[in-house]
Design a binder for this molecule. Structure first.
Ligand code: MG
Length: 213
């Protein structure tokens, strides 16, 4: 049984902040200011620079995933790293978007050279990860995400999973310290590839409580 590599999509495998910002400008006359690592408070009406209410965010995200996903590009080196890691890991994508976007997401990542199974989720990712691991026969596993709360959730639900905190966007990564619950912080895919190869080859997965068979 190969270990499972479960990766988030937005801001790990594909860009998010820049294309979402471009979509907001063109479709909604809004601007995404990246003053902090959050959407809340950072989306502004271009007309008067007033903040867009947080409760408008779900609809704006829904619209982006319906009509703006084509703007997203692969994180540098992501497709190449996953292609190389494919012999060592079973790779799946766990993305927090509504189920209606699943086929679009699958087509998107396939077009970007990352043709892997896509699981959609809402809320904290720990419970979803637990279900995915059980469905795959409970293999050793590595989880990658840009959002610290997901690492906390995963460590709560399935503490043996090795967690890598990655923020693919070069501007955003400077705004957020390493997630306290992650085992490692790695922002570049070429570095992540080396790390993930070592994790198996040196059996470091075993050291973190995960057995590599
Ligand atoms: Mg993400």
């Amino acid at each position: 049984m190969k270990p499972l590599l479960i990766s988030d999509c937005d801001e790990v495998l594909v860009s998010f902040a820049a294309p979402f910002g471009a979509h907001l400008e063109e479709a909604h006359n809004m601007r995404l200011r990246l003053d902090s690592f959050a959407l809340s408070g950072n989306v502004r009406h271009m007309a008067d620079d007033s903040p867009v209410a947080d409760d408008a965010m779900p609809d704006l995200l829904m619209d982006f995933f319906r009509t703006g996903m084509h703007r997203q590009t692969a994180a540098p080196g992501a497709a190449e790293a996953l292609a190389a890691l494919d012999t060592l890991y079973d790779i799946v994508i766990l993305t927090n978007i509504e189920d209606e976007h699943r086929e679009r997401r699958k087509s998107q990542v396939r077009a970007l050279g990352m043709d892997y199974e896509v699981y959609c989720n809402r809320g904290p990712k720990g419970p979803a990860l637990k279900r995915i691991l059980e469905a795959h026969g409970s293999p050793p596993a590595v989880f990658m995400d840009d959002l610290p709360p997901h690492h906390q959730s995963v460590k709560t639900e399935v503490p043996h999973v090795h967690c890598i905190h990655m923020v693919a966007d070069a501007q955003l990564r400077q705004m957020i310290p390493p997630a306290a619950h992650a085992d490692a912080r790695i922002d570049d895919w070429p570095d992540a590839r080396v790390y993930l190869e070592r994790l198996i080859n040196e059996e470091n997965l075993a050291r973190t409580g995960v057995r590599v068979r």
